[in-house]
Write a protein that binds this ligand. Structure first.
Ligand SMILES: Cc1ncc(COP(=O)(O)O)c(C=O)c1O
Length: 409
């Protein structure tokens, strides 16, 4: 692809080419899941139509082809986030499973009574609950990095939150509820001073920005295919090979073993040690195709486009009487998420009225109830943008919000 052109890009996404309630669909819910380009849908169909077979087990041609495509996709994802080798990518169902994998497989062996787990009040529930479960199982204590009035992490007292007992620090790269971009490299450096493991929820990170896990200096990075133009049900955990090798398996079954005995067994090499059972082969191939798609456009171009769009959206939405926008004021600290409330209108009512105008936004707590509690609200409405959105989409949002304003005035 040549110059970045969201109008042209939009036509690569068949689901965007439709009317909802008689109006052109304006899809502003990409933080929940992105739409899929033809290249990804085509890769899924091609796999099922020509190469469908189980991986790693068969000698026949289809199995060979499926295995090659599956492992090639792993390599693409590894390169995409700057991993040292493809063996550092473990396929998972998504970010949630990747985080549960670390909290369970690493956590149960390395966290004990009286130890501390440091997370933040900005986290998606999938980066809270696995650590709560680990704390409950081990007697460890869960501690929190708090938020300021703009929904940024308060890091002034980070050194007092990190102690010799801190075994793991788990934070998001980018908040799904507010769009806050966290300084993960800075947090990782401080956490490593006390010898803690650094786990990053990258569900909203690798989607919008170029990620190099080694530059970030983190230990684990979890992300989902469906938020970055790929299929649902597939994602990945990146961790360094030595860390993966030292970790116990997460689930037991086929594919993850080397030799099985009656009482004891030995494990396959990483990453297969963590991939029990038949994997989501089509999903992995689809995620590889999504990486190809995004790489061809270029993450820097995507990020620049989203920044321009957010600048425009913050300005236009910010002028609406009664609007309250949550999250950082500076574009440098915020990604493509616009969380807001409008007067006394319940976010569910906002979303329903916008839907009638063909504008899809999310309303609710966004799986981030601690963030809602911080701002003293039960829910917000959230418009989230991606590479295929345009200023015209923002105008449609603003127009529809005008209608909400007139109903609730
Ligand atoms: C920041 C963040 N973390 C984790 C998740 C969970 O991702 P998944 O549902 O793909 O496992 C999401 C999904 O919305 C998210 O936005």
């Amino acid at each position: 692809m040549t110059a970045f052109d969201p109008d042209r890009l939009r036509h690569e996404f068949p689901a965007l080419d439709q009317e909802i309630h008689g109006k052109r669909l304006v899809y502003l819910d990409s933080a929940a899941t992105s739409q899929k380009p033809r290249a990804v849908i085509g890769a899924l169909s091609a796999y099922y139509e020509h190469d469908n077979a189980n991986v790693h087990r068969g000698i026949h041609e289809l199995s060979r082809r499926a295995t090659v495509a599956f492992e090639e996709a792993r390599g693409k994802v590894a390169t995409w986030i700057g991993a040292a080798e493809s063996a550092e990518i473990v396929w998972t169902r998504g970010t949630t499973e990747a985080l549960n994998l670390v909290a369970t497989a690493w956590g149960l062996d390395n966290v004990g009574e009286g130890d501390e787990i440091l997370i933040s009040a900005l986290e998606h529930h999938s980066n809270i609950i696995p650590w709560q479960l680990l704390a409950r199982r081990t007697g460890a204590r869960l501690r929190y990095i708090e938020l300021d009035e703009q929904g940024r992490l308060v890091l002034d007292d980070l050194s007092s939150l990190l102690t010799a007992r801190t075994k793991v620090v788990a934070v998001s790269h980018v908040s799904n509820a507010l769009g806050t971009v966290n300084p993960v490299a800075e947090i990782a450096a401080a956490a490593h001073e006390v010898g803690a493991l650094v786990v990053v929820d990258g569900a909203q990170g690798a989607v919008h920005t170029r990620v190099d896990v080694r530059e970030l200096g983190v230990d684990c990075y979890a992300f989902s295919g469906h938020k970055m133009c790929g299929p649902t049900g597939i994602g990945a955990l990146w961790a360094r090979r030595d860390l993966l090798e030292a970790m116990s398996p997460y689930q037991g079954g086929g594919e993850m073993i080397h030799i099985v005995g009656r009482q004891e067994s030995t494990w396959a090499e990483v990453p297969h040690k963590f991939e029990a059972g038949t994997p989501n082969i089509a999903g992995a191939i689809g995620m590889g195709a999504a990486v190809d798609f995004l790489a061809e456009i270029g993450m820097d171009a995507i990020q620049a486009h989203e920044r321009e769009l957010m600048d425009y959206a913050l300005g236009r939405v910010g002028e609406i009487p009664g609007i309250r926008i949550y999250g950082p004021g500076s574009l440098d600290e915020r990604s493509a998420v616009l969380s807001f409330t409008l007067g006394d209108a319940h976010p569910h009512d906002i979303s329903t009225i916008l839907d009638a105008e063909g504008v899809a936004v999310r309303a609710g707590h966004h799986c981030a109830q601690l963030v809602m509690q911080h701002f003293g609200v039960s829910a917000t409405a959230r418009a989230s943008f991606y590479l295929y959105n345009t200023k015209e989409d923002v105008d449609r949002l603003v127009e529809a919000l005008g209608l909400v304003g007139s109903i609730f005035a």
